[in-house]
Design a protein around this ligand. Sequence first.
Ligand SMILES: C[S@@+](CC[C@H](N)C(=O)[O-])C[C@H]1O[C@@H](n2cnc3c(N)ncnc32)[C@H](O)[C@@H]1O
Length: 249
Amino acid sequence: MSRVNLSLRDEQLRELMDDPDCDPVRLEATLRRFHRVNRLISGWDQVYRRRLRPLLTGLHRPARVLDLGSGGGDVVTRLAHLAWRDGLQVHWTGADPDPRAHAAALGAQEQHTQDQLPEEQRVEESAQVRFLCADADALLRQGESFDVVISNHVLHHLDAPGLLDFSHASRQLCTGTVLHSDIARSRLAYSLYAVGITPLAPGTFLRTDGLRSIRRSYRREELSAALGAEWTVTSPAAFRLIAEAPGLG
Ligand SMILES: C[S@@+](CC[C@H](N)C(=O)[O-])C[C@H]1O[C@@H](n2cnc3c(N)ncnc32)[C@H](O)[C@@H]1O
């Protein structure tokens, strides 16, 4: 097998899940399994403790948080759980323009309400998250506004104009802080993922799309240049980037 070139972003690669005609069964299995992958690699528990919780507690009122491009909804659901555990009042929204992702998020939420959790926790958590099938422009037209806007693994899916539209619209929707989290492209990330994803991959697009994601992802200085001077891009953990900017709303 020839060695994959990771020195440059491969923006031409298309992920299987981005094909509107992809196998719906495998897509649903992929979206449902994102929660395992995200818990392992995305580092949102740490971002919550270090960045999000201080922002939310600093408001001294119930906060409104949007996860834009929320996919199967696991990141926003996990954050709702962490905030609920901390006694914080937050109105969580997960929005995704893809109806297939929206349906998967609603399905996972329905499943969550049936999980073997103490009833109080089940009701509290699921009531805090609403899922919308919408992109940023639709939310702006509806007059939505949020204290914090986040995303996970969306930036690398977008082409250059799409990245600028998405990042700008996310700031327009936000009165506080925008945090977009994504993979940092590296040879080691690629090699570790190729091995580590093996037990989770059967029946899903996780292997092919995860490796393509890494090839499409940015290095810190590339993302910084692509987003422009208003954004600060940092690496909060190995193989991760966070782009942060103040809201414009
Ligand atoms: C790899 S999935 C990530 C899903 C989820 N955030 C996660 O981490 O599991 C990328 C998601 O971004 C969504 N997406 C793509 N372009 C978007 C856009 N312009 N605005 C909002 N969401 C978008 C897709 O529909 C897809 O659900």
